[in-house]
Structures are given as structure tokens and as C-alpha cells.
Design a protein around this ligand. Sequence first.
Ligand code: FES
Length: 96
Amino acid sequence: MNDVSVQFTLNGAPKQALVPPNLLLVDFLRDREQLKGAKIGCSRGVCGACTVLIDGVPVAACSAFTFQVDGRSVLTVEGLAQGAEATAATGWSQRY
Ligand code: FES
């Protein structure tokens, strides 16, 4: 199978990659992007350990292929943490 090109937003940054069509999103995130926040638990879309937000909707990354996020926005727990830190820092600086 030929690799497919995907372009999407990952934690607020543009991302482009060539991926095998059968590459699971959780494997792309963990193995290629070193984003280990999405864990592999049941690998069946049941436990929620691999949950990411795709266009704001929770999705089991173990049940989605990477090519399916083409043109979409993916937010991992690492991206959520960055946003929380920025919010906390802004709130802190505004208050003090
Ligand atoms: S690993 Fe359990 S839902 Fe994905």
C-alpha cells in the first residue's frame, strides 16, 4: 500500500505527514510525535485511555486511522496542558 499524505492541525500547530493508510492515530501520536499522553489500553474503543479531541469531539485514537484526520484539528492531553498552563499564567499575571 502506498503512503498517503495528511495535513492537519496538531495541538494548534500545522502538521503534514506521509503515513501508511492503516496507521492508527494513536500509533502516529505515540511513535512519530512522541505524544505519549494517549495511552493504549483496550485497543477496541472501549476504555477511553487513548482519547483525543478531533474538531472538539472526543474520539478513541485506537479506532481511527491517521488519514482520517486530514483537514481536521487534533488536540491531545499535551495540547490541553499547554492551554491550561497559558490560561493559568495569564490569570496569574492579570491578578498579581
Ligand atoms: S485503547 Fe481503549 S479506547 Fe482506545
